[in-house]
Design a protein around this ligand. Structure first.
Ligand SMILES: NC(=O)N[C@@H](CC(=O)O)C(=O)O
Length: 448
């Protein structure tokens, strides 16, 4: 329960969170205790001398560093009918995130300093979560010429990707890995050999043959993962494999790490909870890129999450307006929303079956993505920015897409009965969300 001892919630008050299970993998903490926040920062244990203006009884709740999603699409500019930075940030907040990294496949592409600065400005205006732009690797995401990576970094870009499309050219990828090293930034790759997926709608295999739908072979991903690990090895650059989906790719990353290559990987909830059999419904909410694979791939992704080969959980939140997603399966765009279902679906897929412990899962949503993006987040250390997520791990609820704060509804999980969700979300020392909705704060909220 949130008790306000003053009328309204003023900015940057002192907050006392009592009796929660504090899980902070950055400090190897997992214990019942209190957390104090004042003037936007975490206080040392023992807290403030004065009474707190806001007291949150966190009995039965998990208190952890604000969750970070390293892979979201916010669609602004260019496709505001699907999502805007403000609605995407609200959706993130409702899902328990305090920071997200947004992909550059906007129209125009996020490939220059002004575009990166625009994202940050819009996020500040929305005043929901921190939004970090990821710049394009190539100008216009055309895969021909390197974008101005240095200027993008100056504009606030935390990494580079042409996501939505791979960097198909090996020589361009090699140069990107070399060049980004100068800024200690990561190249995030949507791994797919494009020639092998032309006309593909779903995973290539038994199900696609049965349904008569164009296939996207697992090898299209595997080959690109193998190539790029080798390129990361010869350049010494940092490579991040986005939305890993095949058994062979997981094995390649595992082996690359063993050799000391600077490679990391992320997995999305749909790739460890769903398979290509779902396409038998011809429902476009099961159409995403990379596609849903087979059970052996799902098991391999879970294996990679368990042994640390895959150190990051991310949503690939890809909103598409209903009129687009309702087209026939081969015409509908790839992608599903994910921000508001990340926590319960990860509990369902990873915690309930005993694949990961809570601290292991929270590590993949806090300190690990913070390291990937090079941002000073993902920790409850004294002095850190007070980005904190309280999770109710037991509350049972039914996923109802009509209630999403995202502008889009394209989820495969509608109607699923799940357990666990964000209870209260604090960003920069401000309570911005509690179960039941966005907290309106003073006159400043949404007005600047
Ligand atoms: N992941 C998806 O299925 N869709 C992404 C782009 C992409 O990666 O294809 C989108 O922007 O919609």
């Amino acid at each position: 329960m949130v008790t306000l001892q003053r009328k309204g919630i003023p900015d940057l008050v002192t907050i006392h969170i009592t009796g929660g299970r504090i899980i902070d993998p950055s400090q190897e903490i997992d214990q019942i205790g209190d957390l104090w926040i004042s003037r936007g920062h975490i206080l040392p244990a023992g807290g403030a001398s004065d009474d707190a203006e806001v007291v949150i009884d966190a009995t039965g709740l998990i208190v952890c560093p604000g969750l970070i999603d390293a892979h979201v699409h916010l669609r602004e500019p260019g496709n505001e009918e699907d999502e805007t930075i403000a609605t995407g940030a609200a959706s993130a907040l409702a899902g328990g995130m305090t920071s997200v990294a947004c992909m550059p496949n906007t129209i125009p592409a996020l490939d220059n300093q002004a575009a990166a600065e625009f994202v940050i400005l819009q996020a500040q205006r929305a005043r929901k979560v921190n939004v970090y732009p990821v710049g394009a690797v190539s100008k216009g995401r055309k895969g021909e010429e390197l974008a101005e990576l240095g200027q993008l970094v100056a504009g606030g870009a935390v990494g580079f990707t042409d996501d939505g499309a791979p960097v198909a050219s090996a020589s361009l990828m090699r140069r990107a890995l070399q060049y980004a090293k100068m800024f200690d930034r990561v190249i995030m790759q949507h791994c797919q050999v494009p020639e092998l997926t032309v006309g593909g709608v779903m995973n290539e295999g038994f199900e696609s043959t049965r349904l008569g739908l164009g296939g996207m072979p697992a090898a299209a991903e595997d080959i690109m993962v193998a190539r790029d690990i080798r390129l990361a090895e010869i350049t010494g650059g940092r490579l991040h494999i986005q939305h890993i989906s095949t058994a062979r790719s997981v094995e390649l990353v595992r082996e690359g790490k063993r050799r000391g290559v600077r490679v990391t990987a992320e997995a999305c909830p749909h790739h460890f909870t769903l398979t290509d059999e779902r396409l038998r419904t011809f429902d476009s909410n099961f159409k995403m890129n990379p596609p849903l694979r087979t059970w052996s791939d799902v098991e391999a992704v879970i294996g990679g999450l368990k042994d640390g080969t895959i150190e990051i959980l991310a949503t690939d939140h890809a909103p598409h307006a209903p009129e687009k997603k309702m087209r026939e399966l081969d015409q509908a765009p790839f992608g599903i929303v994910g921000l508001e279902t990340l926590v319960p679906i990860s509990i369902l897929g990873l915690i309930e079956p005993g694949h990961l412990t809570w601290p292991e899962m929270i590590r993949k949503l806090t300190v690990n993505p913070a390291q990937l993006l090079g941002i000073p987040k993902g920790t409850l250390q004294p002095g850190a920015d007070a980005d904190v997520t309280l999770i109710d791990p037991e509350v049972r609820w039914t996923i109802d897409p009509s209630k999403f704060l995202s502008k889009s509804r394209n989820t495969p999980y509608g109607g699923w009965e799940v357990r666990g969700r964000a209870h209260t979300v604090i960003v920069g020392g401000e309570v911005r969300y509690t179960l039941g909705g966005i907290v309106q704060q003073g006159s400043k909220d949404n007005s600047q």
